[in-house]
Every structure is written in structure tokens, then in C-alpha cells.
Design a protein around this ligand. Structure first.
Ligand SMILES: Cc1cc2nc3c(=O)[nH]c(=O)nc-3n(C[C@H](O)[C@H](O)[C@H](O)COP(=O)(O)OP(=O)(O)OC[C@H]3O[C@@H](n4cnc5c(N)ncnc54)[C@H](O)[C@@H]3O)c2cc1C
Length: 319
């Protein structure tokens, strides 16, 4: 019996969440009295997983799996689960994985719980805590199937170093040609900028910024902090910012360590997508803005005065 973790990567390098899910797998393995094994796809630095409690990596090197394919990855992971007799499978809650994990669950006849925010509360019965109702509540959920799949929320469990001797074993799953009925030929990605999914800090602007010409200060603040930029729905609907930056119930979810909301009222649909962030800072002229009730820190003030001062202070601090 073992615990298997799917570690996500891009261009041969692990994504940040790979070390978080590896740490989580190690925790589940120690609760179950077994070891944590990882599966990686076309990664060059597998040995890093040995720093996060992984004892063995099944290393897949396959040209056809260089870009993500939900069906093919589910097929490969299912074969790894059977090979290692894994009873728990740990994955992230990224958009790609949320697409792939239900296919894997169907293949393995496994129960799947995404958006899990802490270590299992119990392993018999297997019980996890996850967010529910667009992050407005928690559900304590039992998984009663033989194989359990747990999707860990970004930044919820954290990375925990634990050095182990790591064995790296080549693994060559047989992938059915039908898995490649949908193929990605090329992925064009913005480079040199933090993405909303991976960023520790997100700086977000709303309609209070009046127009796209005022986003210079949002971008500058994001640059000083090494943050990703985001926006409210009307801002992207108005074409002030690209749709990829829209966060909230109908946009991207944000689970960063710090979320700075500038000129955003805090409508329920916006809060639904950002409330998993650890610390929320709100800058708004209206002391009655609903966002202040969800904020950890609030500044009642005009963004056009507050943000430049914040940038100046941060630059001084960094210097
Ligand atoms: C089905 C549905 C789904 C939706 N999904 C989403 C979603 O996913 N994400 C989302 O964001 N919205 C969503 N919405 C829209 C949501 O209800 C709100 O309308 C929207 O979030 C408001 O955007 P806003 O806060 O930028 O604008 P506003 O509500 O217009 O708020 C602007 C804020 O800026 C403040 N302000 C004004 N001037 C300044 C200044 N100089 N300095 C500082 N503050 C200032 C104002 O006090 C105000 O609080 C959805 C709505 C529906 C019906």
C-alpha cells in the first residue's frame, strides 16, 4: 500500500504547487503508516522531491506528454496507482487537475474531493475538510471508496521540508492513442509576469480606478511586490483589462497569500472567488464598502493618493 502524488510541471520544471502536494502526500502517508511516491512527467529536477518527503519518483519521459492532456495524464496516473497499489492519490486544485481528476476517479472508481484545506482529520474513516459554497463554508467530507483522491487547495497546506533518500525509477505507461483525440500544438504564455494561479501576491483593481489609463500604478505596485495583476468582472467586461485577469465566482479563483483589492466594492460574486486568500487588504474611498467586512486590513482613502504612496514606501523599504 502507498500514497501516490501527481506533481505538476511546466517546461521540465516543477510548478510551485508540486512541493505543496508532495508535502501533503507525505503527511497522508505518515498517517497511513506508509510511504509517498510521486509521478512526474518530463521533469529534469526530480531529485527536489526528496526534500519534501517523497521516497520514490515514477519518472515518465514521453514526448507525447510534454503538453498537458487530461485523458492521457489520467490514463498514466491510473496505471501508476495500480502498479504501486496506491490507496490515496494526492493532486493539486489547479484548473488542469480539476479537469483531469474526475477522469482519473472514474477510471479508478475512486471518491474525489477537491479544494481540501488541511491534513486529513481522520484516516479511518478517511475525512477531509474542504471549502464549500464558493468558499463561504467548510464541509467535513468522508471518502469511503477503496482508493481516495484528494485535491489540495493552493497555499492551504504549505510546503514542509523533509529530506528522504529518493529513488528515481523510469516509468513507461502505455497510453492509448484515443487519449490524444484533443491535442495542444502550442501554448502561448505571457512570460516574465507572475500568473494569478501561481502568485503569492495578487494586486487587483476595480471600477473605482475610473479607466484603463489608470492601470499604470496597479502594474507598478504589482511589479514592486512581484505580484500578479487581476481585476473585477466589470473591468474586464468594459475591456479595460484582459479577460484572463477577471477574478471571482465567474472568473479565476484566487488563493494567494496576499490579495490587495483597490477600488473594488466587494460584491458577493467577487468575494466568492477571492476569499480563499490568506490576507486581504482593501483600499476604497467608501467606508461602507462591503469588502471591508471581509478584509484583514483596510485603508479608507482615494486609490490615486494611497497607491503611489504605497509604491514609494515599498521601494524605500526594498532599498
Ligand atoms: C451572475 C453574476 C456573476 C458575477 N461574477 C463576478 C465575478 O466573478 N467577479 C466580479 O468581480 N464580479 C462579478 N459579478 C459582478 C458583481 O456583482 C459586481 O457588480 C462587481 O464585482 C463590481 O465590480 P467593482 O467592485 O469593480 O465595481 P463597483 O461595484 O462599481 O465598485 C467600485 C468601488 O470603487 C470604490 N471607489 C470609487 N472611487 C475610488 C477611488 N478613487 N479610490 C478607491 N476606491 C474607489 C467605490 O467606493 C466602490 O466601492 C457578477 C455578477 C453576477 C450577477
Amino acid at each position: 500500500m502507498s500514497v501516490l502524488v501527481y506533481t505538476e510541471s511546466e517546461n521540465g520544471k516543477f510548478k510551485k504547487n508540486a512541493f505543496e502536494v508532495a508535502s501533503y502526500a507525505n503527511e497522508v502517508a505518515s498517517q497511513l503508516g506508509t510511504s509517498a511516491i510521486a509521478i512526474s512527467f518530463n521533469v529534469q529536477d526530480d531529485e527536489r522531491l526528496g526534500e519534501y518527503g517523497i521516497s520514490k519518483v515514477l519518472k515518465v519521459s514521453n514526448e507525447h506528454l510534454k503538453t498537458f492532456s487530461a485523458k492521457a495524464f489520467a490514463d498514466a496516473i491510473a496505471q501508476a496507482v495500480k502498479k504501486e497499489n496506491a490507496k490515496a492519490v494526492i493532486v493539486s486544485s489547479s484548473a488542469d487537475t480539476k479537469f483531469m481528476a474526475p477522469l482519473l476517479a472514474a477510471k479508478l472508481k475512486a471518491g474525489y474531493v477537491p479544494n481540501v484545506v488541511s491534513a486529513p482529520e481522520n484516516v479511518d474513516p478517511f475525512t477531509v475538510k474542504r471549502t464549500a459554497f464558493s468558499n463561504k463554508g467548510f464541509a467535513h467530507t468522508q471518502i469511503n471508496t477503496d482508493i481516495k483522491i484528494v485535491g489540495v487547495s493552493n497555499n492551504a497546506f504549505g510546503q514542509h521540508e523533509k529530506k528522504l533518500n529518493l529513488e528515481i525509477e523510469g516509468f513507461n505507461p502505455e497510453i492509448d492513442e484515443s487519449c490524444f483525440s484533443v491535442k495542444s500544438f502550442e501554448v502561448d504564455k505571457v512570460v516574465g509576469k507572475a500568473t494569478i494561479a501561481d502568485a503569492d501576491i495578487v494586486v487587483s483593481g476595480g471600477r473605482g480606478l475610473k479607466g484603463p489609463e489608470n492601470w499604470g500604478m496597479i502594474e507598478e505596485l504589482a511589479e514592486v511586490l512581484g505580484a500578479a495583476t487581476a481585476c473585477s468582472k466589470p473591468v474586464s467586461d468594459l475591456g479595460w483589462r484582459p479577460h484572463g485577469e477577471h477574478v471571482g465566482q465567474t472568473g479565476k479563483p484566487v488563493a494567494s497569500n496576499l490579495y490587495i483589492a483597490i477600488g473594488i466594492s466587494g460584491a458577493i460574486q467577487h468575494l466568492a472567488g477571492v476569499s480563499a486568500s490568506k490576507t486581504k487588504v482593501v483600499i476604497n474611498t467608501d467606508p461602507e464598502a462591503p469588502f471591508f467586512r471581509a478584509a484583514d486590513y483596510g485603508i479608507v482613502g482615494d486609490a490615486f493618493e494611497v497607491v503611489p504612496k504605497l509604491i514609494e514606501k515599498l521601494k524605500d523599504f526594498k532599498a
